[in-house]
Design a protein around this ligand. Structure first.
Ligand SMILES: Nc1ncnc2c1ncn2[C@@H]1O[C@H](COP(=O)(O)OP(=O)(O)OP(=O)(O)O)[C@@H](O)[C@H]1O
Ligand SMILES: [Mg+2]
Length: 312
């Protein structure tokens, strides 16, 4: 459904999207996850034909979004980051305007409007002025706009931004329902959101794709773990060679060395507290330990660490 090849975007003096390639198959719900400034909106704007890439291509349903833009755009329902709406129109009037703009005519206009009002639970506000709507209702009108011509592909940029928890939950439910009939690409910076709703997660950071996982693989990768921060001095030899023999150690790194004091970071599975074993080794090898500290790493920390590891 989406085929992106070597897509890049450079703004003046800055690369926002850096040579990314990925596919989204028909029927998938794919999450586009990344911190602020990762390049999500820039990518989405290119995929929806709102902005040309500096290089690379994007095919939507087999059509190049730039060279066959009318054909490609017909397949896409797009809900932008800040839903732009006409303030001085009533909801139904606005949807009629949008439906006609998207090429619907005659009784199809009324039929699609009614179905979409129903689906987005906004039938009760159809006569209301857009300027008087709350944030949550504005989002739903934006959603109705994206759905009005029943496109096969839906692209949502941070759709739950600014919604309250109950609105977020009902949006998730709607998303699952929409997933039965549409292919969906949804961007967010909230890890939990993609875990709950998506079949696959693309992780974007500093313009590059650094992960392409199922939520299961992602949670496996982000299993809670612990860090032991150790500060020591030795007479001779590298303590990492000795410590790494302790079972269950996943990673051990020398962070810094100042005046003979080594700052070592040890990653272990959560619950595997190896401090006592390290202390025993310290006695055997006559290390002087100035600090040994255990720290739990949660899901968000792991995500941040993953992002930093790949790009620094
Ligand atoms: N019109 C523009 N001109 C110059 N730089 C831009 C422009 N739009 C975005 N950028 C820069 O490109 C990078 C990517 O921005 P983008 O809006 O795509 O990120 P994002 O992942 O959508 O972030 P957010 O989560 O904050 O919405 C950022 O460094 C941003 O400052
Ligand atoms: Mg954005």
């Amino acid at each position: 459904m989406i085929k992106v090849s070597n897509l890049s975007k450079q703004y003046v003096g800055r690369t926002a999207v850096d040579d990314i390639s990925f596919n989204v198959e028909s029927g998938e719900i794919v999450g586009f996850l990344g911190p602020n400034g990762a390049g999500k909106t820039t990518t989405i704007r290119m995929l929806t034909g709102y902005m040309p890439p500096t290089s690379g291509t994007a095919l939507i349903g087999g059509h190049d979004i730039f060279h066959q833009s009318l054909l490609a755009k017909k397949n896409i329902g797009y809900m932008p980051e800040n839903v732009p709406l006409y303030e001085d129109m009533r909801v139904k009037e606005y949807l009629q305007f949008r439906a006609e703009l998207k090429g619907l005519r005659g009784k199809n206009v009324r039929k699609n409007i009614n179905e979409t009002l129903e689906l987005c639970s906004i039938k009760n506000i159809k006569g209301q002025m857009i300027s008087s709507l709350s944030k949550g209702y504005r989002q739903r009108v934006g959603l109705a706009d994206a759905l009005i011509n029943k496109p096969s592909l839906l692209i949502f940029d941070e759709p739950t931004n600014g919604l309250d928890p109950s609105q977020i939950r009902s949006f998730r439910e709607l998303l699952k329902e929409l997933g039965n009939k549409h292919t969906i690409l949804i961007s967010t910076h909230i890890l939990r959101e993609v875990e709950l709703t998506c079949d696959r997660v693309l992780i974007l950071n500093k313009g590059k794709i650094i992960g392409n996982d199922t939520p299961l693989e992602l949670s496996e990768r982000m299993k809670p773990s612990s860090i032991i921060n150790l500060e020591l001095k030795t007479q001779s030899g590298d303590p990492r060679d000795i410590i790494s023999n302790i079972s269950g150690i996943k990673k051990i790194t020398l962070e810094n060395e100042i005046d003979g004091w080594q700052f070592i970071r040890i990653r272990v599975d959560y619950g595997n507290d190896v401090r006592e074993r390290i202390m025993n080794l310290a006695v055997d090898h006559k290390w002087i330990i100035r600090e040994i500290h255990h720290q739990r790493i949660n899901l968000e920390d792991t995500f941040i660490e993953m992002i930093q590891n790949k790009n620094n």
